[in-house]
Each structure stands twice: as C-alpha cells, then as structure tokens.
Design a protein around this ligand. Structure first.
Ligand code: AMP
Ligand code: ZN
Length: 159
C-alpha cells in the first residue's frame, strides 16, 4: 500500500450507482467517465471496477487491460475534443499528488494556452553524472533479476 485506506471511496460509489457520473466506456472489469473538474473538455478517467488504491497495488493483467482501454479511448477523445495533444497521468500515493485513492488513469486532451502543465524535465533538478544514472539502472536490473532483493534490508534507499 502506498497510502492509508480511508473508509469512503467516491469512485466505488459511482461504480455501485450511488453517485452521479457521465460514463463513456464500460466492460466487465473497467469503466471510463468524465472527470468532474476537467482540465479541458474530454478529460476522462479510466478506472477498474474493483477497488485498488494505486498503481503499485494493481494486478498486472488488470493494469494492462486499463492501459488498453486508455489506448482505445485516446484517439476517440482526440477526435471528439478536437485537441491534438494529450497527457496520460497516473498519480500513485499522497507524495505523488493522488487525491482519490481508487486507481485511475487520466486522459487529458491538451490545447495551446490551456494553462495546465506537467513540468518535465524538472527545472528543480540538476543533471546527475552518467555514473550515477548507470548505478541506479544497475540496481533496478539486479532487483528485477533477483526477487529476494526486491525489498532489500541492507541496501540504502536512493534518496
Ligand atoms: P488524482 O489527483 O489523480 O487522484 O485525481 C482525482 C481526479 O478525480 C480529479 O481530477 C478530480 O476532479 C476527479 N474526481 C473527483 N471526484 C469525482 C467525481 N465524483 N466524478 C468524476 N471525477 C471526480
Ligand atoms: Zn474505490
């Protein structure tokens, strides 16, 4: 878990028919609906029917399906919204800015001057030496290869 579970989930309410929604896609495990406070018209959320808090809690096959739904909807939202650009955003955990703790993928159509921003590359960081990037990559590779090291007790965290 990346965040503490709270008792109430507005997306579960929507899924169980207990809250207003403007639905644009449904299947047996996923749905998509219009964000109530859209960045731009067409801003859509892709959501699993089952409650999982975040990206890091989500079963892999379900995550793949949700991304597939996003892939289906992306070109349609672009056509309907008439906007060429699009951001796909997933925020997992409070430190990443997640507000609703039921996993969701934002599909945000973008147009010039809309005032929204995903400020990458991050102006607040300096470019590390290549050896530092290589060392981090090596740690990820080692951890992928050796599941026992996925939750290392003795390896210091990166930050
Ligand atoms: P996040 O910060 O990624 O957790 O974003 C949560 C998103 O859910 C925000 O963009 C909200 O506008 C949206 N949201 C919250 N409540 C509702 C609701 N009842 N129906 C549709 N979208 C919602
Ligand atoms: Zn939920």
């Amino acid at each position: 878990m990346t965040t503490p579970t709270t008792g109430h989930c507005i997306f579960c309410d929507i899924i169980h028919g207990a809250a207003e929604v403007s639905m644009c896609y449904e299947d047996s495990t996923a749905l998509a609906f219009m964000d109530i406070q859209p960045v731009n018209p067409g801003h859509t959320l892709v959501v699993p029917r089952q409650h999982y808090e975040s990206f890091l809690d989500l079963p892999r096959d379900l995550g793949m399906h949700l991304f597939d739904v996003a892939m289906q909807l992306g070109p349609v939202i672009r056509r309907v919204s008439g906007m060429e650009g699009m951001n796909l955003i997933v925020s997992s955990g409070a430190t990443a800015g997640q507000d609703v703790y039921h996993f969701h993928i934002h599909l945000i159509p973008r147009c010039a001057g809309d005032g929204f921003d995903v400020p990458l590359p991050f102006a607040g960081s300096t470019m590390p030496d290549r050896t530092v990037l290589d060392a981090v990559a090596a740690r990820i590779i080692a951890s992928l290869r050796d599941p026992a090291r996925r939750t290392p007790k003795h390896t210091p965290a990166l930050v």
